[in-house]
Design a protein around this ligand. Structure first.
Ligand code: UDP
Ligand code: MG
Length: 332
């Protein structure tokens, strides 16, 4: 069945966030295990149920009871993929960690190649999407815009990057302990860290079962988080816009004064309306942008935990961070 004769003493943790994945999770985990069996490394798989409304947790806890190398965690509600991945990372014990989707859209067959890179001393391996044929046009466009904006404004390269990554323990420790921000954008953070990185490319397969869990609004929220947590350029754009409007205003004002002196002050109704509308919308957009940043600051200041664990199977209780582990119910 499984390869138990592992020749290396290293442990690999595979973190799998799962939200309403009851249809495909068993097959996905089985597939990951088959690939892991070909790698000469000890492994554990941590499946994090992100507050699913279906039987996902039942499925994964069954798997966890059958094989002690599989761990199941259930969050108290849907905290989003970022929260689920963080929960998995915080409970991982591996010397090397891989994050992978539960729908087999991230091909597990790349795992051996990622591990080879790690053995060559690479600390972060980013799997980059070569094609996005399986995505809808709306999603492609949103993804393209998000990636371009963050890459362009935030100065980090995340074009076509995915959450399929290999990270050395050192990197994971940095993510957990030194980047305590509430509003997370994993892809951006891993790029921001730097270190010894490598890229491998893959074609996105079709989703195994079920549908994509991202709605338009959740994608929009992720993009705003991505943008606001990596750059304050939008705020600067407001200032620049303000200055531009001021200069324009100066010309219009001089024109008005000249007209007044020449005794033709009543003309220019259209100009007035247009400038009112333009300036009004600039102001509202600016307030909105400032608001987004204030909202993020507010979230950070509240410092609520990224996730809460409702139940777990096969996971040791850790008291390291009491806040994120309140109300644990552990079935071992
Ligand atoms: N996911 C999650 N919480 C969410 C949304 C998604 O844990 O709120 C998981 C989901 O189960 C899957 C992965 O994140 O394992 C990617 O989600 P999905 O396949 O829906 O996204 P896409 O592949 O369309 O980017
Ligand atoms: Mg998917």
């Amino acid at each position: 069945m499984m390869n138990l004769e592992n020749t290396t003493a290293y442990l690999l943790s595979v973190v799998v966030p799962a939200y309403n994945e009851e249809q495909g999770i068993r097959i996905a985990i089985q597939h990951i295990i088959e690939i892991l069996a070909t790698c000469k490394i000890n492994w554990e798989i941590i499946v994090v149920d992100d507050g699913s409304h279906d039987q996902t947790f039942q499925c994964i806890s069954e798997l966890a009871r059958q094989d002690s190398r599989i761990k199941a965690l259930a969050l108290s509600r849907n905290f989003g993929k970022e929260g689920a991945m963080l929960a998995g990372l915080e409970h991982s014990k591996g010397d090397v960690i891989i994050t992978i989707d539960a729908d087999l859209q991230h091909p597990p067959k790349l795992i051996p190649e990622m591990l080879n890179k790690w053995q060559d001393g690479i600390q972060i391996v980013h799997a980059v999407k070569r094609s996005r044929d399986t995505d809808t046009l709306a999603k492609k466009t949103t993804a393209y815009c998000i990636n371009k904006m963050i890459s362009g404004l935030g100065g980090i390269n995340i074009n076509n990057s995915s959450d399929f990554k290999l990270m050395d323990r050192e990197i994971v420790d940095i993510i957990i302990h030194q980047l305590p921000e509430r509003q997370r954008f994993f892809r951006g953070l891993t790029s921001w860290i730097g270190f010894n990185e490598a890229y491998i490319y893959f074609d996105v397969d079709n989703r195994l079962e079920g549908n994509s869990k991202w709605s338009f609004w959740s994608l929009l929220e992720l993009s705003i988080t991505a943008l606001t947590s990596f750059t304050s350029l939008p705020l600067r754009i407001i200032t620049v816009l303000g200055i531009a409007t001021l200069i324009l205003g100066f010309f219009v004002a001089s024109d008005a004064i000249v007209s007044l002196i020449q005794g033709q002050a009543v003309s220019g109704f259209a100009t007035t309306i247009i400038s009112l509308l333009l300036i009004g919308s600039f102001i509202m957009i600016s307030l909105g942008i400032i608001g987004e940043y204030i909202a993020k600051i507010y979230e950070e200041v509240k410092a609520r935990p990224h996730y809460l664990i409702r139940a777990s199977v096969g996971v040791e209780r850790r008291s390291r961070n009491a806040k994120t582990h309140t109300g644990d119910q552990h079935f071992n």
